[in-house]
Design a protein around this ligand. Structure first.
Ligand SMILES: NC(=O)c1ccc[n+]([C@@H]2O[C@H](COP(=O)([O-])OP(=O)(O)OC[C@H]3O[C@@H](n4cnc5c(N)ncnc54)[C@H](O)[C@@H]3O)[C@@H](O)[C@H]2O)c1
Length: 383
């Protein structure tokens, strides 16, 4: 039986995330596999309509992937009844206006995070979705990473007993751009253009903590700009006005303490670019993008502090690999499939604009904590 079609207006596909993660690795990968499988055994095939400001770039992408539809006219794209879904991976600052426009046109909306630059705007987006009745989702990709899927499995099995603490290390050296090009867009380092590591990463930490260990109730953070000058895509020097490192303590439900360091000014001495260590009364685990290793209390060695003796064993060898046990797909694509099922068969999707707003709330609270030098409590949000 032929798969039915679902048209998706994709805005921001000339960007890093919009092109690589969403168009190529998600929507085109879904097309190649013959669509998204639904619960009744039928399939939905995706039909992308590319939107952006630069006709030359759009045409080039469309031709490279043999896609017939592209336009620089967002308003026109939003009136085309064959495209009931709007996706947004534009830079953060311009997202809000486009999402409101899409919802007013009755489109279901799916968007990159952060959903907006401020809590007021992010909450307004969630409320507008409720008012217009459209389905809505925000990218929560890290939850679908193989390492974190395995960590979630340990949580669900009760492996940890009572979770005590979570320690996360995220980051790597982002080149300044003078003698080697930077590997991230320059707007990420300008506050006036929507940049900053807290606004970028705290939304991720919020949904990860909330879905694995419990909601964040308070934050104490120190947010800094370690590298004050950088060089942009044209090789021009600019002032880095946004934070490039954030050192934070998050207090979760049930007394769980999570500490997460986020930095674009750190050199990697870890197995993966992000790693979380979880310690519980019954066991501990370390999870990264791909791997997850665990140590149960029954096999926990008993180190004895003796600075006079060099360690003979390697602590890292005392952990056990958690097996995949199932194929674990690319997280961006997995969430696209979940969102498509949400749109066409009302499958559950907890990762909506209200969840996105909680992420922005945490970023804003972290920035305030740093600015005012104090612990900031979070209030519960409702759409
Ligand atoms: N989920 C994740 O892990 C993750 C990772 C990185 C970035 N992001 C988010 O994805 C979004 C895009 O980030 P990126 O790294 O791809 O950035 P990018 O600079 O590579 O791409 C930005 C896109 O927005 C478009 N754009 C920029 N300014 C615009 C304007 N004024 N009007 C219309 N379009 C405009 C650009 O043409 C481009 O298509 C950001 O919101 C960012 O926070 C998410």
């Amino acid at each position: 039986m032929a798969a039915r079609k679902l048209g998706v207006v994709m805005n921001g596909v000339t960007g890093r995330m919009g092109y690589r993660q969403h168009l190529v690795r998600s929507v085109l990968a879904i097309r190649e596999q013959g669509g998204v499988a639904l619960s009744d055994g039928t399939r939905v095939q995706l039909d992308p309509l590319l939107v952006g400001r630069n006709a030359t770039k759009l045409r080039e992408i469309a031709e490279r992937h043999d896609l017939p539809r592209w336009t620089t006219d967002l308003d026109a794209a939003l009136t085309d009844a064959d495209y009931p879904v709007y996706f947004d991976a534009q830079s953060t600052q311009v997202r809000e206006k486009s999402l409101i426009k899409a919802m007013d046109a009755g489109r279901h909306v799916y968007a990159e995070k952060p959903s907006a630059e401020s809590l007021t705007a992010a909450l307004e987006l969630a409320r507008h979705a409720r008012r217009t009745g459209v389905k809505n989702g925000v990218v929560h990709d890290k939850l679908y990473l193989p390492g974190l899927v395995k960590l979630k499995r340990l949580v669900d099995s009760g492996f940890f007993g009572r979770v005590l603490s979570v320690r996360g290390e995220f980051g790597y050296w982002v080149f300044e751009g003078d003698w080697q090009p930077a590997q991230r867009p320059s707007w990420n380092y300008r506050a006036q253009d929507g940049g900053g590591i807290a606004l970028d990463m705290f939304p991720h930490w919020n949904y990860l903590l909330e879905n694995l260990f419990g909601g964040v109730r308070a934050v104490t953070a120190r947010v800094v700009t370690h590298i004050p000058q950088r060089w942009d895509e044209q090789g021009l020097r600019y002032e880095a006005t946004a934070d490039d490192a954030a050192y934070a303590i998050f207090e979760l439900d049930d007394g769980v303490i999570a500490q997460i360091n986020s930095s674009w000014a750190v050199r990697v001495n870890r197995d993966e670019l992000v790693e979380f260590q979880v310690d519980g009364t019954e066991g501990s685990a370390v999870a990264g993008l791909h791997r997850c290793r665990a140590q149960h209390r029954t096999v926990t060695p008993k180190p004895v502090w003796n600075p006079d003796l060099a360690e003979t064993g390697r602590f890292r060898d005392q952990w056990q690999e958690v097996p995949d046990n199932a194929p674990l797909d690319n997280g961006f694509k997995a969430q696209w499939e979940q969102f498509v099922r949400h749109v066409v068969e009302d499958a559950p999707n907890p990762y909506d604009l209200l969840s996105g707003a909680r992420g922005v709330q945490l970023a804003e609270a972290g920035l305030r904590s740093s600015r005012e030098g104090r612990r900031v409590e979070l209030t519960e949000l409702t759409a």
